[in-house]
Design a protein around this ligand. Structure first.
Ligand code: UDX
Length: 442
């Protein structure tokens, strides 16, 4: 079996590499020549735990190849995955020019039956457009070659994408063709030996499933954040409340951690896209609009606490930030709460010294020299007025508080992820502001 994966971004690269692991021949195609050259030299452009190992092994075996040429790689291909980007266009909706561009190219070059699968997260209704784009090119050529389209949304989490791919909770495939179902079943069977299901459905429902899943998860986060803020006002402890509600199996204990709001490449974009799709179809998704508003507000809570603590006088002060990535185990800073916090501190005239174990280059690229990047977490704290914990990297969990107490100008921590123990910090005489829990003031 041979497959082509078009687009060597995060989804395409992880998918292509993991498919190769089952013995399938995979070619990953991208128009970006520089990227393909780097991949051919063994350089992986993203940080994703476990990826490098599988990548190297399959490249050595000759099962994983990289190319800029889609047309010639379609010759003996059974399945083509479209995993190119859908950047927001001027009005915020997903720009489908790359997805439909690839579809057109497939139509211009294919010479036998294949299944064309959309893996990019695309607005509901896009797979039909993909089908039409391919069909239009075939008609121009005056040839009658059969093909099927399918939608196969990905549910990968950054930082554990390889594990998620190798051991998925479920695979969702939208297609109206039995032939395509058989091909997709064969391709995914090796990943479902754990008994987890492959769910076949119609194309629109499959496209909708992706948005509904991410919107539901985003809703949980905004819900718990809003409840956390109320806990803070009323003197309740969100950590107890979280456990209290999470032990009801109907609610479940996952994805109920309060923080500084969700970021990343998926939730913000997908929630916006679904709101837009609904609006365009005459239906207003009130819940999701609130989810978005709560999330925007949440990104400022840490800054607001800092501002209140210092009576609004932040000019000339220096703040240490631990963690810039939107979550641990990734270097991705897209829509990261850290960006809002940094901007607000800078606007208020403060200096920011930050440390992130991985997102250093990203920070440089996005923030330039607006902030100082420390070489480790302790250096960031030297003479800082306070420490702000923004991303809960494992290595920040048990710091040496005695050393911190000496390095910081004030024994003062604003914790955006509730990772520290109230009693311990109290004993060490730190002033500590968590989220949705009682603060300790010394
Ligand atoms: C998400 C979905 O989980 C994944 O299925 C989909 O394919 C892509 O979008 P990802 O963006 O990688 O994955 O990150 P995820 O681990 O889901 O976290 C998203 C955001 O929610 C992060 O900013 C995280 O800090 C925040 N979050 C998550 C919380 O604030 N609280 C939680 O309890 C969980």
């Amino acid at each position: 079996m041979k497959i082509a994966v078009v687009g060597t971004g995060y989804v395409g690269l992880v998918s292509g590499t993991c498919f190769a692991e089952t013995g399938v021949d995979v070619v990953c195609v991208d128009v970006n020549q520089q990227k393909i050259e780097k991949l051919n030299n063994g350089q992986i452009p993203i940080y994703e735990p476990g990826l490098e190992d599988i990548f190297k092994r399959n490249v050595e075996k000759g099962r994983l190849q990289f190319s800029t040429d889609l047309a010639s790689n379609l010759k003996d291909t059974d399945v083509v995955f479209i995993a190119v980007g859908t950047p927001p266009d001027e009005d915020g909706s997903a720009d489908l020019k790359y997805v439909l561009g690839v579809a057109g190219e497939i139509g211009r070059s294919m010479d036998h039956y294949m299944v064309v699968v959309t893996k990019s997260t695309v607005p509901v209704g896009t797979s039909v457009k993909v089908k039409n784009a391919i069909q239009a090119e075939l008609e121009k050529r005056g040839v009658d070659i059969g093909f099927d389209v399918a939608s196969n949304p990905e549910f990968l989490k950054e930082g554990s994408a390889v594990q998620d791919f190798l051991r998925p909770d479920r695979i969702v495939i939208g297609t109206d063709s039995e032939k395509a179902q058989t091909v997709m079943k064969r391709l995914y069977k090796p990943f479902l030996l754990n008994g987890h299901p492959i769910l076949f459905m119609d194309i629109i429902s499959s496209e909708m499933t992706k948005y509904a899943a991410n919107s539901m998860l985003a809703t949980r986060i905004s819900f718990i954040n809003d409840i956390a803020n109320l806990c803070e006002i009323l003197g309740a402890d969100i950590d107890a409340v979280r456990k209290g509600i999470g032990s009801d199996p109907r609610i479940g204990n996952k994805f109920l951690y309060p923080g500084t709001g969700y970021g990343g490449s998926c939730f913000p974009k997908d929630v916006k896209a679904l709101i837009r799709t609904a609006d365009e179809n005459g239906h207003s998704l009130e819940i999701l609009k609130a989810v978005e508003a709560v999330n925007d507000r949440q990104k400022s809570i840490l800054f607001n606490k800092v501002k209140q603590h210092f009576d609004g006088e932040l000019k000339g002060r220096k703040f240490a930030i631990w963690g810039l990535a939107f979550k641990p185990k990734t270097d991705d800073m897209r829509e990261a709460p850290s960006l809002v916090i940094v901007e607000k501190l800078l606007e208020a005239g403060a200096t920011v010294v930050a440390y992130d174990p991985v997102a250093k280059e990203e920070a440089r690229r996005i923030l330039g020299d607006k902030i100082i990047l420390a070489k480790d977490e302790y250096e960031a704290c030297i003479d800082a007025d306070a420490l702000l914990l923004v991303t809960e990297w494992p290595e920040f969990r048990i710091p040496n508080f005695k050393v911190l107490g000496k390095l910081l100008k004030n024994k003062l921590i604003f914790d955006g992820r509730n990772i520290y123990d109230l009693a311990e910090l109290d004993e060490l005489a730190f002033t500590y502001y968590p989220v949705g829990r009682k603060s300790i003031i010394h």
